[in-house]
Each structure stands twice: as structure tokens, then as C-alpha cells.
Design a binder for this molecule. Structure first.
Ligand code: G6P
Length: 589
């Protein structure tokens, strides 16, 4: 998703914001640009491509000016072109805007502005914003008041950073899109996410919905709805720059895969009282809905099995984007549990808002402190998995699973047993992420690097694992992969199995016979069978041993496939940290 960064202070803005933009690369983007306030003009440079291609070393050294904004764009309205890249300028060239989000009524606004003589250079929704500001300024309104009037006309979601040629200030506004202020010794930053400026400061101010921050030599905050000042406190970020950097690892993906044992340790040091309270809320709710997208959705599916098996509790699971279909069943006694590692996924926020309108209680499980979902929820369990920079969710997924497992045990009145079970996993996870395991899986990656399709099957708790494993392979290696319930493949998809088709089979002691019988059906059609589980079998052409851990199999069994996906990406020349077309947090619906 689009990334925003801005700076105002005593240092040159360009190197700081271009560097900050690079730290936001993980969000996914296709073009980049900056606008810097120079003595009598706004210097603008933008283009399609990687940040390092758009800006040269010389740019970093030569672009003067202490106030600037920058943007990495993930195209929504209009193709990937230089003209559609941000910043966007007003027709008079005086105001520059970077934007993350969607202006839903932009066509109407564009028509209004065109009728008033404005000309548009891009197909974006964003370009209406600087022009609306110019429109109001032309009526004699001040820059600040024009921003307020312009924003009142916008429908949709927006995180904005705005500068004007004649104003020594940086203005930031947030509505349904993330934005955070960094407070450094030498000035202020505004950014979509903390890693952007973390090497400059660990002091942050999280903006609330409808907040406007006005930054110059001080910072002031207003609510854009009623224009009244609001007080926002400075928080300290607890994780350090190293955690958000690659260290000795070649890619964030591998680093984060390798951090999973530690992430599990942190997940199980959850506040016992809070876990028990949430378990109690689940126990007494009338209708429980788990909602999420992507990988977090797979964690929800896994949770539904864990709750059923361990605590005899039925929960509904819904893709956040499909949640409106359930809305008529939501009553004030319903409980919605929203999972989102980023806490910013627009579909999840939308689902949660709909649930709140019906009076339901919302509890969320989130990794990013200060994210929007934490504010929309009545209560939040923090994952504490540390920053996850790679677009693919790895440690945030297993950390979600660990907390959900703990919750299921708590619901069954066996909190301690659950905690001990998870503690026992830690050594297995160290082993699964070790060089030995990685070398073993590399042989498989070499075998699979040129295939076009991979099918994955699992039963019970291994079914969501098969789905998540398929997603990992697809996202990063671009090999088509599909996960099925073991019993389901024969109802159609088995038609696609040919001699040599790779099929990954997740097994567990509990369902070994049944899943092996499904594997036999595949083998009979010539499939190349890869077994992942506690016991090797003559059916398997390749075997990855993962010790049996009952309900916690879901945590351990995904790890070898995360590694496989990573290695396939490397062998196929794909960038594991920045897969094409994907974004870390999808802040549009
Ligand atoms: C995007 C990412 C996925 C992620 C999904 C949900 O689509 O590319 O990897 O699983 O969002 O993200 P969340 O932050 O809500 O867990």
C-alpha cells in the first residue's frame, strides 16, 4: 500500500525522507516521488520504478530544503505512470499533497473543479485535493482554513501530508488510513508507519481518526470535524532499529521465519488475566465471529478447529470482506474477534465498524501498536511479535496461532496446560528454522523450482495449514498452489493430477490413516508426494519430519513450507520481501 513520509526541521529533508521511503518499501509500491520546499518554489521529482531508481545518490546530496513530503505509490486509481505518481500539485504549483487511501467522491469533485477552470494532469483521485485547496485559497481563505474546507468535501479514507510554497509548516491529516508522527531532536516526521523514521527517533505520536497535525517548530493537533484543539501524547517505541533491519540475513523473510521461536515465547508471556477474560467473553457471547483477511483468516480457520476440539465451542469464521453477509445476525450479545497483524486492513476495519453499529463487542488480536484496529476495538490482545517487514506474514501468523491456542486452552479451563504445551514447542521451532532443516528443504526447492502447480492437502487442523502453505508459495514464488481438505481433492481437482505433479501432504498422528489414504489416491495418478508430519511413509517421495504436537501442529508444520516458499522465490529470481502486486497492509477496500 502507499507509503507516506514527511519531514520538517533543521536538517535537509530530501535524504531523510528518501531514506524513510526506503524503509516503507515493504508496504509494496510501483512509483515514488518527493516534493521539497525550496526558497521560492516546490522542487518535485517523481517517477515509476524502485525508489533507488527514481532518486540518485546525487539527489540525496544536492536537493536542498528543510521541509518535504514523499510517497511510494501502490496504484489504485489510474495506471502506473509518472503523472499518476505522488506528490500531486495544485494547478498554480503552490500546494503539494501525498495521499494514502481512496477519495470516493473524486469524480464529482473533479467535475466541480473542471467547471471552475482546473485542469487535471493525472487520473488519480488524489489530484482533487491540492486543487480544492487552491480553489478555496483563491477565494481569499488562508492555507490552513482552505485545507479544512477541502477536507470537509472529501468522502472516503485518507492519510495526507500537505505542504505549501508560502507556508513554513507541514500538515498531516488522518481518516481511516494510518499516520504517525515522529518526534526527533532536529524536527518532526510524519509517516505511514514507525519503521520509516525509527533510525531518527523512537518517540511517536499516534494520530487518531480525524486528527490534523500542524508541524513547524512545535506540534499542534486539531479535530478536523469540529476544528477544536486536541491533546495527543508522546509514546516510546519499545523495539529497536535492529529489529526493523535485516541484520545478517539476506532478506527480512528469512529473518522473520527464523525469529518464530522467540515470537512464540513472547506470545505465551501474554497477560494471563487478559487471556482468561477474553476466554470468558467467548464463553458467554451469543454468536462468536472471527473475521480477518489473507493469512490472518487462515489463523481464524485454525482457531475454529482448536476451539471445537479443545473447548467444544463453535465459532463462526468469516472473511472480513464477506462479513456484511452476516450482519443481520449480529446482536448486542455477539462477539466479534478481529485478527489483523497490521491492524490497518480496510476490510477488517469495515467489518468491525459494522459490528459495532449493531452493538456487538469487538476484541482484536493485533501486532502493530497504535494501529486503527486497536482503536475500533473494545479490547485488544497485542501479539508482541515485533516488527514484521516482509510482505508475507510468517512470524505474525505463528504468533497469532500461539495466542489462539492459549485462548482455546483457557476456554477449556486448562490455561497452564496450554502454556506448557506451547513452551515445549520452542525447541522444535528452533530446529525447524535451523540451517540443517533449511539445507534439507533446499533439495526439495531445487526439485520443484520449475513446476507450474503444487497441491497441498491436510485434514482437520492440517486443512487451514494446507491453505496457508499454498498462499505462502503463491505469494512469493508465483507458482500456482492450492490447499485442500484431504477428503475434498477427489471431488474434482484430482483431475489435474498428472505424473510428477507435486502434492504436499500434512499428516498428524490423529488422522494419519485417512490422510495417507488420500495421498494414495494421488500417488496412484503419479503424483510426487511430499510428506510433512511426524512419521515417514513409503508413499512419500520426500519427507520433512515435524514432531507431533497435537493442536500446536498448525504452528510447527507451516514453518518448513515458509522456508520452501522462500527458497523457491530465491531460485526463481523473485524478491521474497517485495512480491509483485502485493502490499503488507491493504488499506483500501
Ligand atoms: C495483505 C497481505 C497478506 C495479509 C493480509 C491481511 O493482503 O499481503 O499477507 O495476510 O493483508 O493482513 P493483516 O495485517 O490484516 O493481518
Amino acid at each position: 500500500m502507499c507509503g507516506i513520509i514527511g519531514y520538517i526541521g533543521t536538517q535537509r529533508a530530501a535524504p531523510l525522507i528518501i531514506d524513510g521511503l526506503k524503509n516503507l518499501e515493504y508496504r509494496g509500491y510501483d512509483s515514488a516521488g518527493i516534493a521539497v520546499l525550496q526558497t521560492s518554489e516546490l522542487f518535485v521529482k517523481k517517477d515509476t520504478g524502485k525508489i533507488a531508481e527514481v532518486f540518485s545518490e546525487k539527489d540525496l546530496e544536492t536537493i536542498e530544503g528543510n521541509i518535504g513530503i514523499a510517497h511510494s505509490r501502490w496504484a489504485t486509481h489510474g495506471g502506473v505512470t509518472k503523472e499518476n505518481s505522488h506528490p500531486h500539485l495544485s494547478n498554480d504549483g503552490n500546494t503539494a499533497v501525498v495521499h494514502n487511501g481512496i477519495i470516493e467522491n473524486y469524480q464529482e469533485l473533479r467535475k466541480f473543479l473542471t467547471e471552475n477552470g482546473f485542469v487535471f494532469k493525472s487520473q488519480t483521485d488524489t489530484e482533487v485535493i491540492p486543487n480544492l485547496i487552491q480553489y478555496f485559497m483563491q477565494q481569499g481563505t488562508s492555507f490552513m482554513d482552505s485545507i479544512k474546507l477541502a477536507v470537509k468535501k472529501l468522502e472516503g479514507s485518507y492519510a495526507l501530508a500537505i505542504i505549501n510554497k508560502n507556508a513554513k509548516k507541514l500538515v498531516a491529516i488522518r481518516k481511516e488510513s494510518p499516520l504517525v508522527i515522529g518526534v526527533a531532536d532536529h524536527g518532526y516526521f510524519v509517516a505511514s508507519d514507525v519503521p520509516s523514521f525509527l533510525d531518527q527517533t523512537k518517540k511517536v505520536v499516534y494520530l487518531y481518526e480525524n486528527d490534523m497535525a500542524v508541524l513547524n517548530d512545535k506540534m499542534e493537533f486539531f479535530n478536523i470535524k469540529d476544528n477544536l484543539p486536541v491533546v495527543r501524547k508522546i509514546d516510546n517505541i519499545e523495539w529497536n532499529v535492529e529489529q526493523a533491519k535485516k541484520g545478517n540475513f539476506e532478506h527480512f523473510m528469512l529473518k522473520e521465519i527464523s525469529e518464530q521461536a522467540d515470537a512464540i515465547k513472547l506470545a505465551i508471556s501474554q497477560d494471563e488475566k487478559q487471556i482468561k477474560e477474553v476466554a470468558d467473553a467467548i464463553m458467554h457471547a451469543k454468536g462468536i465471529y472471527f473475521v480477518a483477511c489473507g493469512t490472518s483468516y487462515h489463523a481464524c480457520l485454525s482457531a475454529s478447529y482448536k476451539f471445537a476440539k479443545l473447548a467444544n465451542k463453535h465459532v463462526n469464521v468469516a472473511l472480513a470482506s464477506e462479513f456484511p453477509n452476516y450482519k443481520d445476525f449480529i446482536v448486542p450479545d455477539s462477539l466479534v474477534i478481529a485478527l489483523s497483524q497490521s491492524g490497518e486492513t480496510a476490510d477488517v476495519l469495515e467489518a468491525v465498524k459494522a459490528a459495532k453499529e449493531k452493538g456487538a463487542r469487538v476484541i482484536s488480536l493485533v501486532n502493530v501498536v497504535g494501529s486503527s484496529l486497536t482503536r475500533y476495538s473494545d479490547e485488544t490482545l497485542m501479539q508482541n511479535a515485533g516488527p514484521e517487514i516482509c510482505v508475507l506474514a510468517t512470524k505474525s501468523y505463528t504468533s497469532q496461532l500461539a495466542i489462539l491456542t492459549l485462548l482455546a486452552y483457557a476456554l477449556a479451563g486448562k490455561y497452564e496446560e496450554g502454556k506448557n504445551k506451547l513452551k515445549e514447542l520452542v525447541n522444535s521451532i528452533y530446529y525447524l528454522t535451523s540451517t540443517n532443516t533449511r539445507e534439507h528443504i533446499k533439495q526439495l526447492a531445487e526439485r520443484l523450482r520449475y513446476v507450474n502447480h503444487i497441491y497441498l492437502i491436510g485434514r482437520d487442523l492440517q486443512y487451514p495449514t494446507a491453505m496457508e502453505a499454498a498462499l505462502k508459495i503463491k505469494e512469493v514464488s508465483y507458482i500456482h498452489a492450492e490447499g485442500f481438505a484431504g477428503g475434498e481433492l477427489k471431488h474434482g481437482t484430482i483431475a489435474l493430477i498428472e505424473p510428477g505433479t507435486p502434492c504436499i501432504v500434512f499428516t498428524s498422528s490423529e488422522n494419519e490413516k485417512k490422510i495417507l489414504s488420500n495421498a494414495t489416491e494421488l500417488k496412484a495418478r503419479g503424483a510426487y508426494i511430499i510428506g510433512v508430519g511426524p512419521n515417514n511413509n513409503e508413499l512419500f517421495d520426500f519427507f520433512i519430519k515435524v514432531r507431533e504436537s497435537g493442536e500446536a501442529n498448525s504452528i510447527c508444520q507451516i514453518i518448513p513450507i515458509q522456508i520452501l516458499a522462500y527458497q523457491l522465490a530465491i531460485l526463481r529470481g523473485c524478491d521474497p520481501d517485495k512480491p509483485r502486486n502485493l502490499a503488507k497492509s491493504v488499506t483500501v477496500k
